[in-house]
Design a protein around this ligand. Structure first.
Ligand code: LLP
Length: 438
């Protein structure tokens, strides 16, 4: 998929470059991104809206992978941007991302973060709760600046990836409850404030979703309320944001739909609903994270030690682990991997890929079929582009890996590998009174 394949030497190739040479040049572990595939995914979402003539914003949920280069790429592809913290917003600013296309999320934005967002002039703040609403009113009032907002609601639909649970009142830390009047109260309170431009409503039903049902159910619930609010509060919505969560394929267990399929069904449903309630067709906004960058990322590791537990399991360790990919340890997430020197070779054994952290739970892949392999081989783990680097950490004081973008046979280092010195950057000595010079 994308530009990921096998070259004439029989090695894994990404963006026209040999994975083994990339590992040699930049070291391991290494995150490699197939830029062409990110572009393809972005265009897949956007094209469908364009073809159907529906006004839309496709906002990249930058929590999946936020770096200056990635945000510049998102800008180049005409995406909007979803940020969830001052840090992500600051990164977007440093990348020169157009402020009016940024949406600011979060269930506990601080006053400083809100002030930062308002003074940057960002496109909209997705207001999550009453505390935030009051702070935002104060900030905009004192700065005499208007800001666009969406109200985040919990429509009472929870996507457990395959089945959807409908509850009267969803138990979630995010957003205003749609059913019990909270959302309506937030709306009327927002409409009273001259500095808030209420663009519309937002919801996010979950992540790694393989069906359209949940999105359609959420749209149904929200549009129903919008019809009520039109009569009751004379409120006309400009924007309906249905969040992200479009699933991708990590292993054969996952059966994702093409981006266009989700978009298409969402558009049809919203058209039907708005016609039914005699509402204007709103702009539709979505916020894919994983589905834009997930399968474009591959992590290259070097293999090291092996441990054979006869009759039980073979462990093959790599030079990274839960520090660069915490998903297996945190969510029992599954991945596929190949040896970069013979990606298509017949498997001869089953090995479990262990990380190098001092923790039994630091396993990247259980029971992976691989050809006979030794140490110092390059192992490529697929689909690590989302929530890999962004959730990376320095457990055991492992430096974070470098990130390389590849496209058209060219590699560009976009995040430098951390050094041991970097690890000490914020450490200060502790001088006890006993040792302190008088
Ligand atoms: N919009 C909102 C409001 C969100 O909370 C999220 C993800 C997204 C969009 C993007 O969702 P995506 O399209 O990437 O599924 N760390 C977890 C995923 C957490 C997702 C949190 N919210 C993981 O590694 O699977």
């Amino acid at each position: 998929y994308g530009t990921i394949g096998v070259n004439q030497a029989g090695n894994l190739e990404i963006g026209g470059l040999d994975a083994i040479e990339l590992a040699e040049e930049y070291g391991t572990p290494l995150y490699v991104y197939d830029v062409a595939l990110i572009r393809e995914r972005a265009r897949g979402f956007k094209r469908e809206f364009d073809e159907q003539g529906v006004k839309a914003q496709v906002a990249y949920a930058s929590k999946a992978f936020s770096t200056i280069a990635m945000i510049q790429l998102a800008a180049e592809e005409g995406l909007s941007l979803d940020v969830v913290s001052g840090g992500e917003l600051y990164t977007a600013k440093a990348a020169g991302f157009p402020m009016e296309k940024i949406h600011f999320h979060g269930n506990n934005k601080s006053r400083e973060e809100l002030e930062m967002a308002v003074s940057y002039g960002i496109g909209c703040i997705v207001v999550d709760n009453f505390h935030e609403l009051e702070m935002l009113k104060e900030i905009c009032g004192s700065k005499r600046r208007t800001v666009g907002i969406l109200l985040r609601v919990t429509p009472g639909i929870e996507a457990h990836t395959h089945d959807y649970i409908l509850t009267g009142q969803e138990d979630s830390k995010f957003g205003f409850d749609l059913q019990n009047g909270q959302a309506e109260q937030a709306l009327s309170s927002s409409l009273e404030c001259p500095f808030l431009n209420v663009l519309g409503v937002h919801c996010h039903i979950g992540s790694q979703i393989f069906e359209t049902t949940g999105f359609l159910l959420a749209a149904r619930k929200i549009v129903g309320k919008l019809a009520e609010w039109k009569d009751k509060l004379a409120y006309k919505t400009k924007v309906l944001n249905l969040g992200g969560g479009f699933g991708i394929r990590y292993t054969d267990e996952d059966k994702p739909l093409p981006p266009a399929h989700y978009v298409n069904e969402i558009i049809s449903e919203v058209k039907i609903l708005t016609a039914m309630y005699a509402l204007d067709m709103p702009e539709i906004w979505i916020e894919p994270g994983r589905s834009l960058v997930g399968d474009a990322g591959i992590t290259l590791y070097k293999t090291g030690s092996r441990k054979d537990v006869p009759g039980v399991r073979k462990y093959l360790a790599v030079d990274g682990g839960m520090t660069d990919n915490i998903r297996p340890a945190l969510y029992q997430a599954k991945y596929e991997a190949v040896l970069a020197s013979r990606p298509l070779a017949e498997p001869q054994e089953t090995v479990s890929i262990a990380g190098k952290c001092c923790e039994s739970g630091d396993m990247l892949i259980w029971d992976l079929p691989l050809p006979e392999s030794g140490h110092d081989e390059v192992l490529a783990v697929f689909c690590t582009g989302a929530y890999g680097y962004s959730m990376a950490n320095n457990y055991n004081r492992l430096p974070r890996p470098a990130v390389v973008f590849v496209e058209n046979g060219q590699a560009t280092l976009v995040v430098k590998r951390e050094t041991y010195e970097d690890l000490l950057q914020y450490d200060l000595p502790y001088v006890t009174t006993n040792n302190r010079e008088a």
